[in-house]
Design a protein around this ligand. Structure first.
Ligand SMILES: Nc1ncnc2c1ncn2[C@@H]1O[C@H](COP(=O)(O)OP(=O)(O)OP(=O)(O)O)[C@@H](O)[C@H]1O
Length: 268
C-alpha cells in the first residue's frame, strides 16, 4: 500500500471486563477512500473492531492511529473532534422517532455547535440547506417535515446516512446497516453508502453477514474469527472458497489466507 492509511491498528487486543476476548493482536491499515467490508461468524469481533475506531469501545493493548495520531488516550475536546469526523450507522437506525426527519438530519451537525445552540435547535441557514441536500442525495427530499417513525425501515436508514453525511465525515462506520431490511431496500441503502464513498472519498467500513453483498460493494474484504484477523484481501483476489472458509463453523483447524497472502493455520 503506497497511500498513507487513514486508520491503522497496531497489535490491537481487546478483552471485555468479564474476560471475553473481543480482539486479538489486530494489525490493519485502511487507506482513505476505501470501502472495506468486515465479515465473520456471529461473535467474531466485527462490531468490537468497528467500535474501537470511534472509541465506543476502549482497547486493552496496542494502538490505533487515525490520520497518523494515536486516539487511544483522547479525552474531552480531542475525543469530540475525533467523533465529529466519524459517522456511524446502526442496525436499528438510532433516530429520534418523535422528531422530524429534518431535526434528525440536523443532529448530525451538533459537533459543530455549542451545546446550548444545538439543544435549542439553533442551526444556521446554511446547515438547514445542507440538510435538504443531504436528504435529496438519499432520495428523501420530500420527507423533510415527516416524523421519523412514519418512515419505512429503509427510509429511516437513509435518513441515518444523511445524518452521518452532515458531519462532513472522513470515515463512516456502518454496523450491520441492512440487517433489519428487506432485500430491495438493502440495495438502496448499500448504494447510498457506496455513493458517499465514491463521490466524497469517504472511507466506509461495513459489517455484513451477506457474502454476495460483500462481494458486490467491497474494495477489500477482511475476515475475523474469534477476535483474530484471519483474512485480508482486495476484492479482485477474493474467492468463494475463501469466504466459505471464513463462515465454516469454528470447530476444527482451518487454513485461511492471511493478509500477506500466505496460508496461516487458525485453530478455533
Ligand atoms: N459488552 C460486552 N461484554 C462482554 N463481552 C462482549 C461484549 N460485547 C461483545 N462481547 C463479546 O465479544 C465477542 C465479539 O463480539 P462482537 O459483537 O464484536 O461480534 P460480532 O462479530 O460483531 O457478532 P455479530 O455478528 O453477532 O454482531 C463475542 O464473544 C461477544 O459475546
Amino acid at each position: 500500500m503506497t497511500e498513507k492509511p487513514v486508520i491503522e491498528f497496531k497489535q490491537v487486543s481487546k478483552k471485555y471486563p468479564n474476560g471475553t476476548v473481543g480482539l486479538k493482536n489486530i494489525n490493519l491499515k485502511i487507506p482513505q477512500g476505501e470501502f472495506l467490508v468486515i465479515v465473520g461468524l456471529s461473535g467474531a469481533g466485527k462490531s468490537t473492531l468497528m467500535r474501537t475506531i470511534n472509541r465506543m469501545h476502549d482497547i486493552s493493548s496496542g494502538d490505533i492511529l487515525i490520520d497518523g495520531e494515536s486516539i487511544v488516550n483522547l479525552k474531552g475536546k480531542g475525543l469530540r473532534q475525533l467523533r465529529r469526523k466519524i459517522g456511524m450507522i446502526f442496525q436499528n437506525f438510532n433516530l429520534v422517532n418523535r422528531s422530524s426527519v429534518q431535526r434528525n438530519v440536523l443532529s448530525g451537525r451538533v459537533g459543530y455547535y455549542s451545546t446550548w445552540r444545538s439543544m435549542l435547535g439553533l442551526f444556521s441557514k446554511a446547515d438547514k440547506q445542507k440538510a435538504v441536500e443531504a436528504l435529496q442525495r438519499v432520495g428523501l427530499g420530500e420527507k423533510l417535515y415527516t416524523r421519523a417513525d412514519q418512515l419505512s425501515g429503509g427510509q429511516q436508514q437513509r435518513v441515518a446516512i444523511a445524518r452521518a453525511f452532515m458531519q462532513d465525515p472522513k470515515i463512516v462506520l456502518a454496523d450491520e446497516p441492512i440487517a433489519s431490511l428487506d432485500p430491495l431496500t438493502t440495495d438502496s441503502v448499500m448504494n447510498d453508502l457506496k455513493r458517499l464513498n465514491e463521490e466524497f472519498h469517504i472511507t466506509v467500513i461495513v459489517n455484513l453477514h451477506s457474502v454476495p453483498l460483500a462481494r458486490k460493494y467491497a474494495d477489500r474484504i477482511i475476515g475475523l474469527r474469534g477476535g483474530e484477523l484471519i483474512y485480508d484481501e482486495p476484492i479482485e483476489k477474493v474467492t468463494e472458497a475463501d469466504l466459505d472458509a471464513i463462515y465454516e463453523p469454528a470447530v476444527e483447524t482451518k487454513t485461511v489466507k492471511s493478509a500477506e497472502g500466505t496460508p496461516s493455520e487458525v485453530i478455533s
